[in-house]
Design a protein around this ligand. Sequence first.
Ligand code: NAD
Ligand code: LMR
Length: 324
Amino acid sequence: MTAPLRVAVTGAAGNIGYSLLFRLAAGDCYGKNQPIILQLVEIPPAMGTLEGVAMELDDCAFPLLHGIEMADNPGGGFRDANQVFLVGSKPRGPGMERNDLIKENGPIFVGQGKALDGAASDVFIVTVGNPCNTNGWIAMQNASKVPNARFTAMTRLDQNRAMAQLAKKAGVQTTDIENMIVWGNHSSTQFPDFTHATIGGKPAADVLDRDWLEGEFFATVQKRGAAIIKARGSSSAASAASAAVDHMHDAWFGTDGRAVSMCVPSDGSYGVPNDMIFSFPCVCTGQGNYEIVSDVAFGDFGNGKIATTRDELAGEAGLVADLV
Ligand code: NAD
Ligand code: LMR
């Protein structure tokens, strides 16, 4: 039998955790032949709730779940972990932007970054807690042993949202949508690049009205998180967990040459400063390895959108300079 993967999840007693853990334990992320040990990380006041979540995981009798460990600190929680989901942090409320959370959530990622030095040598990390690009960058800057390339953050939810909107409008299935990449920051400045997306093999802009793509489509994808908070009273959870599964699944298994949206440390492509955690099209080659697609051609429209979201991220980095 394959040796179990150690999978750490912070914020494991929270809303995303409640959806994510059961998907992981069911084999949706690492496959139906890969056992896992869950390392659940919370803050001390949430350990009672976490016990209840662990009881429910036990009660599912998942064949692939070979152990559950719980920790109230990242040092214990990340020890020897191969895969890490950094979810634990405060969600925004109505009327807030995600980067309004930066002063409260940013400091969490200082200690977690340092603690990741105690993880396994192949550790691969996705940051979900908002603002996820900058939080992931804080963790990366505070880790001294983990290579930068192992730190990623999540725009897969934005990609999935964009694919769903295109499919609905065109009256096709999401499987007919290809190369729908979201660039930049997981924020309302993100760039959902319909200009290179295809629908049934044809350019999206040939199938759908350009005014709709630049107007309603853009705004819907950029502001979807806020719309869910308004409608549901709390931020997206099951869809966020599902996107985290997609992100880590693709990084683990590879994407067969297909590009997916992942926030990764920049290699300087597209004028994005080195090491800024920015969402690019990435081709995953398995076991957490990936390459940034570096030859996408843009005109003024795309270049302007990339510059806007890049400048926002640079501004966020300035706000947390004391944490790195
Ligand atoms: P939640 O409030 O339901 O749960 C958060 C959990 O994190 C709580 O159980 C809390 O105790 C725990 N926590 C707080 N500080 C912690 C720490 N230092 N260590 C470990 N655990 C800690 O929130 P949620 O709905 O699960 O959302 C979590 C985060 O994910 C939020 O920041 C939210 O904005 C973000 N989010 C990101 C995306 C994305 O696409 N990147 C999507 C949805 C939500
Ligand atoms: C989302 O995109 O749903 C999350 O980032 C939560 C939020 O604050 O919008």
